[in-house]
Design a protein around this ligand. Structure first.
Ligand code: ASP
Length: 342
């Protein structure tokens, strides 16, 4: 008896089962969901007052709500990312928008970026001082200019030309960030090499990022930050760098990073996670873990990422003591985690 005769009916039956499986999968409602981070660092419950913790949880909850409402109503992942980040930019508890950290000169320079996984369109702004919601300006760079990235005065002029109302630079002054600056400057004064890492304890906490998948199957990612406390003026971190702080591609995943930006730029973190999936066939969990827990950890590059693939699978590894994070999807309830152990 030839092999062909034996396998033929079996092959037909198997093909039928597979086809049926594929059809059943396609007829179910499409998945959607979003993940948010609020920064990674060495923060523990002891570093944050109960009142601050409460306010942070409330802002994370509002941001999740804003994003999931867009997705539930059939809106785009880009809109979900934009809306959720805007909520956190307006919350003084986070290091983005209103609660941005101070640079060494006592000012604020804000960075943000956004990327559309369906087209690879992207927009970013760096070093803006009077833009209330940098994520909106990043999105405008993507959609209303031929460019990907604009910085400083040019970015501010572009915002004005679009009718965005500027805020006074002191809109971003908050007492908590001022105390962090004073601590960081003191540390720098005590370090005559002037190369000290001014981040300590909970100082990383606060940069925000969102990744989302919409019911049309499109991924998007965005990140917004005030950068690192006591940074030199003019310093730009990873958050507005497409490929380092933010990346999205429907063929692999959407990523937003947080942590010590210089390391995230050198290791092109967000893109490298997507590339591991696309070219090495890794899962989103393995790709993100390999980058954060192995490659970055090896060089003491501290921080974490949130990542989501085109089926809504989520990874959120961090090599710091904790990362503020939240998730909600079509099939799951809101989940907000501020600390490592909860
Ligand atoms: N990655 C940001 C930066 O280096 C800071 C952070 O995520 O906390 O500017």
């Amino acid at each position: 008896m030839s092999c062909q005769r034996v396998f033929c009916p079996i092959t037909v039956i198997l093909a039928g089962i597979l086809l049926l499986g594929a059809c059943t999968e396609q007829t179910g409602p499409p998945p959607y969901g979003l993940v948010i981070h609020g920064g990674a660092g060495s923060g523990t419950r002891a570093d944050i007052s109960p009142d601050l913790e409460k306010r942070m949880r409330a802002a994370m909850s509002d941001a999740l709500d804003a994003g999931i409402t867009v997705l539930k109503n059939g809106g785009s992942s880009l809109d979900a990312v934009t809306e959720a980040i805007q909520v956190l930019e307006d919350a003084p508890e986070f290091n983005s928008g209103r609660g941005a950290v101070f640079n060494a000169q006592g000012g604020h320079e804000l960075d943000a970026s956004i990327m559309d996984g369906s087209t690879l369109a992207a927009g970013a702004v760096a070093g803006v001082k009077t833009v209330k919601n940098p994520i909106l300006l990043a999105r405008a760079v993507m959609e209303r200019s031929p460019h990907v990235m604009m910085a400083g005065d040019g970015a501010e002029a572009f915002a004005l030309s679009l009718g965005m109302v500027p805020v006074s630079p002191d809109y971003f002054d908050t007492g908590r960030r001022k105390k962090q600056l004073d601590r960081a400057l003191q540390k720098l004064r005590n370090d005559n090499t002037r190369r000290s890492d001014t981040h300590q304890r909970s100082d990383y906490f606060g940069t925000v990022g969102v990744v989302a998948l919409d019911s049309a199957g499109n991924l998007a990612a965005g990140t917004s930050t005030g950068g690192m406390t006591a940074k030199r003026f003019g310093r730009v971190g990873d958050s507005p760098i497409i490929g380092a702080g933010t990346y999205a591609n429907n063929d692999s995943c959407a990523v937003s990073s947080t942590g010590h930006g210089e390391f995230f730029i050198r290791h092109v973190v967000a893109y490298s996670i997507c590339a591991r999936m696309q070219f090495d066939g890794m899962s989103v969990q393995d790709a993100a873990d390999d980058m954060i827990l192995r490659e970055l950890a090896q060089v003491q590059g501290s921080g974490g990422v949130i990542a989501m693939d085109a089926r809504g699978n989520v990874a959120w590894p961090y090599n710091t003591a904790s990362m503020i994070r939240a998730h909600q999807s079509r099939d799951s309830e809101p989940r907000i985690l501020l600390f490592e152990t909860e």
